[in-house]
Ligand binder design. Structure first.
Ligand SMILES: Nc1ncnc2c1ncn2[C@@H]1O[C@H](COP(=O)(O)OP(=O)(O)OP(=O)(O)O)[C@@H](O)[C@H]1O
Length: 271
């Protein structure tokens, strides 16, 4: 599958947030989208998902303009993991995950035994079986994030759009989720666009990186070409060093390390 954005402009009413973005993502690619807070990443996602009206431009899936697609047609192809949110609906976790099957049911259809099995499989994949019968409103923010990822996996989409899926996860779960997504991309040709505030995630897992800067400029390319010390300094106003390292298994890794003031605490103690 190919998702193509052509000169997409989006925003709220007449308020323009993103101007004239164009890029293409194919099955089997992992596009990481970086950008400072408030630059418009979620707005772009909501526009691709048709929750917001496109101000101008076109969005195509396999060459077809999706403007006229039904929500069900779209949901069969594209899954969405929103930023973890507190829902006011006290559903059981298994039911929330089974909602991912909605696009595959008829209008009045309720989940079949097979749909529930697929939901349970997604729950097991993320090792959250212990939450199956918990109430969604009574679990932690990180647990909710894992449930939303399981819901998107149960949807079995060809393409996945993920809005900061690891932001509430503990260190181990961040790595497990990123590894799992990367494996799905390699094994089943899933295509993924993910926003992240971690340049290291983008460097380590992204096959492409797109970055929106504060002045609205848009860059896309190989992770190491886009995530440079100057981009990070310009965007986040902090000093960051980019290191090349050879890992224990012999693979090359590029990592970002913030230049924290090493003597920060000693200075404070002395003052
Ligand atoms: N419903 C809305 N109506 C008007 N403006 C909005 C609305 N929602 C968000 N905005 C504005 O749109 C801009 C982009 O917001 P958006 O949530 O897309 O940013 P983001 O890049 O995803 O940020 P973050 O990294 O903090 O999640 C912000 O200036 C925000 O104030």
């Amino acid at each position: 599958m190919q998702l193509k954005l052509e000169n997409v402009q989006c925003g709220y009413g007449n308020k323009k947030i993103i101007e004239a973005i164009s890029f293409t993502v194919e099955s089997g690619e992992f596009l990481c989208l970086l950008g400072p807070n408030g630059v418009g990443k979620t707005t772009l996602f909501k526009t691709i998902l048709r929750l917001l009206k496109l101000q101008s431009g076109r969005i195509l899936i396999d060459g077809e303009n999706i403007a006229k697609w039904t929500q069900q047609e779209f949901a069969k192809k594209v899954g969405y993991v929103p930023q973890a949110h507190a829902s006011s609906f006290a559903f059981r976790v298994l039911d929330v995950v089974a909602m991912g099957r909605a696009a595959h049911l008829g209008i009045w259809g309720s989940p079949s035994k097979m749909d529930l099995e697929i939901a349970e499989e997604a729950i097991d994949t993320l090792s959250i079986g212990y939450l199956k019968n918990s109430i969604y409103t009574e679990i932690s923010g990180g647990e909710r994030q894992l449930v939303l990822i399981a819901r998107a996996l149960a949807q079995k989409p060809e393409f996945l759009i993920m809005d900061e899926p690891t932001s509430n996860l503990d260190y181990g779960n961040q790595i497990r989720v990123m590894d799992y997504i990367a494996t799905m991309i390699k094994k089943s040709g899933l295509g993924v666009i993910m926003t992240t505030h971690s340049p290291n995630h983008a460097l380590q897992y992204g096959s492409k990186v797109a970055a929106i800067s504060r002045n609205g400029q848009f860059y896309i390319g190989e992770p190491r070409d886009v995530i440079t010390a100057s981009y990070l300094k310009e965007t986040y106003h902090v000093q960051i060093e980019i290191l090349q390292s050879v890992l224990q298994d012999g693979t090359q890794a590029t990592i970002c390390v913030p230049l924290a003031k090493q003597d920060f605490w000693s200075k404070i103690t002395k003052e």
